[in-house]
Design a protein around this ligand. Structure first.
Ligand code: HAM
Length: 431
């Protein structure tokens, strides 16, 4: 057996190999097209940020900050972190670049890698990609519904069926403290029956007990007070409107009173998207988000009503593969150039340039000399036409066009080849 190479990817990190690029590109294309239709503009923020941005923004008691942040001190003494998520960075950029002075809302989308030091397992990586959107500066519930609709449409456009939106509200600073108090006293009286993690959550963030997946905690959770019974009138009205808007666009949703999310910045609407498989809602969220009206004051100068979502690219790709959803190959190469002999090789370089300028993709294997190897590569790439440039053709200024489907060959003048190929490809397209 071959010896394992000395260097491997760091635990939890993965290469994106050429054969997988088409999935990333597809999600990028579908996401950006839909987001831009709705008036979103692209933003890129740095991978490294001040660690405090996330400690304050995402919350010092969250798993993301406590256990999963890649933090380090730079040579200059700054305490920085690899971004574990995008929302806090985008709000930072919104203030930093004066976007709060522009007509509101400001709508932004992003696509990029994020980092969390999680226990590597299926669906959990230490570097993963997200496609996200954020709407900043608008409090209307129609925005919450539109953000959900956009995430839903992206998954739908990627050909997923049975998409489910799990949705809940976690109230606001008026009603949530009282609800938390109720929950705390409820769980305190049952503390001995809680799992060790939930005992800790009881001290740090009691809401997180609601999304504990441990068997032991389920019967206690089932009897816990529910936020829907303790919302203030504004939160009740907001949530009702979000659901009405979703009904209006026929988005199927599932009211999930236990959905609280793992980031502390949310107020009111929270949601996650997953897939129903054989009638069961999958535990693995493909994406999630919600409203974060208070985050602006935590990391910036003032409160800004805002709502957003992020989709997990690797999780979507895994499902695309499992469901055998067809994603076309990136670059269809309908023409392949075969060259035989030194003069032909020299002329090939120039000819390829002309095809590039004419925007026709042409495959080649210039490093190879033999006819067989090159023909087999043309077949591999499923090229419709092979251009054969031998020593004689190169001297005479001609080239052979071989139809790879029926084997027919014709000879054309070198200066005419682009024109002839263009015609053939466009006739094929019309068929
Ligand atoms: P999040 O739920 O932490 O939300 O992440 C969004 C999605 O990223 C998840 O649903 C999942 O698909 C994917 N994801 C998260 N962690 C991993 C991981 N370790 N490996 C693979 N995929 C992962 C946020 O990040 C919020 N910033 C979303 C948001 C935007 N809220 C408001 N605006």
């Amino acid at each position: 057996m071959a010896k394992k190479p000395k260097f491997q990817t760091v635990k939890g990190m993965h290469d994106i190999l050429p054969e997988d690029q088409k999935y990333y590109r597809k999600i990028y294309e579908v996401g950006s097209k839909i987001a831009e239709f709705y008036g979103f503009k692209k933003i890129d923020t740095p991978i490294i940020e001040d660690a405090d941005l996330f400690i304050r923004g995402v919350g010092s008691a969250t798993d993301i900050v406590k256990k999963e942040m890649f933090t380090f001190r730079t040579k200059g003494g700054e305490n920085v972190a690899l971004r574990p998520e995008g929302t806090a960075s985008i709000l930072r950029a919104y203030f930093q670049h004066g976007m709060h002075t522009l007509p509101q809302p400001v709508k932004l989308w992003y696509f990029g890698p994020f980092f969390r030091y999680e226990k590597p397992q299926a669906d959990r990586y230490r570097q993963f990609w997200q496609f996200g959107i954020e709407v900043l500066g608008e409090s209307s519930p129609i925005i919450d519904a539109q953000v959900i609709l956009i995430s839903y449409n992206i998954l739908k456009e990627l050909k997923f069926k049975d998409i489910v939106v799990n949705i809940n509200t976690i109230g606001c600073r008026q009603c949530r403290p009282y609800y938390k108090k109720l929950l705390t006293s409820y769980f305190k009286s049952r503390v001995s029956s809680l799992c060790p993690d939930c005992r800790r959550r009881l001290q740090e963030n009691v809401l997180r007990i609601l999304d504990c997946k441990q068997e032991k905690c389920q019967p206690i959770k089932a009897q816990a007070p529910q936020i829907l019974d303790h919302l203030c009138d504004e939160c009740k009205e907001h949530f009702k409107s979000v659901l009405e808007f979703l009904d209006g666009v026929e988005i199927p949703y599932n009211l999930d009173p236990y959905l609280v999310r793992g980031l502390d910045y949310y107020t009111r609407t929270v949601f996650e998207l997953s897939i129903k498989d054989s009638g069961e809602i999958s535990q693995t969220a493909l994406g999630g988000g919600g409203r974060y009206d208070l985050l602006g004051k935590i990391i910036g100068p003032k409160e800004v009503p805002a709502c957003g979502t992020a989709l997990g690219v690797e999780r979507i790709i895994k499902l695309i593969k499992e469901k055998e959803i067809k994603i076309p190959e990136e670059k269809e190469c309908q023409v392949f150039l075969i060259q035989l002999g030194d003069l032909a090789r020299i002329k090939s370089l120039k000819l390829l340039e002309e095809f590039r300028k004419a925007r026709i993709n042409v495959g080649e294997s210039l490093g190879k000399g033999g006819m067989r190897a090159q023909l087999s590569r043309a077949n591999q790439l499923k090229a419709k036409y092979a251009l054969i440039l031998g020593q004689k053709e190169a001297v005479d200024g001609i080239i052979i066009i071989k139809n790879m489907e029926n084997g027919k060959q014709e000879t054309v003048k070198m200066e005419k080849v682009i024109e002839v190929i263009k015609k053939k490809l466009s006739t094929n397209r019309k068929k």
